[in-house]
Design a binder for this molecule. Sequence first.
Ligand code: ZN
Ligand code: ZN
Length: 88
Amino acid sequence: MRRPGGYGVTKEPGKKDIEEDSFTCAHCNAIVFVTPFQHPADAGGFCTMCMKPLCKKCAALGKCTPFEKVLEKMEAEGKLADDILKRG
Ligand SMILES: [Zn+2]
Ligand SMILES: [Zn+2]
């Protein structure tokens, strides 16, 4: 399996390193954590339109609204910079 969108290792003294895989929902940009070797579809869903993993919420919607498309729309409306500033 291809490396999901994010990867983190939590180190705790005296404990085995906990490895966490995560991916970014292609539709709403939510971070979804998956246990190692878990298929994204089991952690959320998978969009067959954009061939990317989704969070449970977007998978339940059953339609393709990729975040990149939302971004494009926001850029077109000139709201992107404003939004980034608000997020800090
Ligand atoms: Zn989502
Ligand atoms: Zn999609």
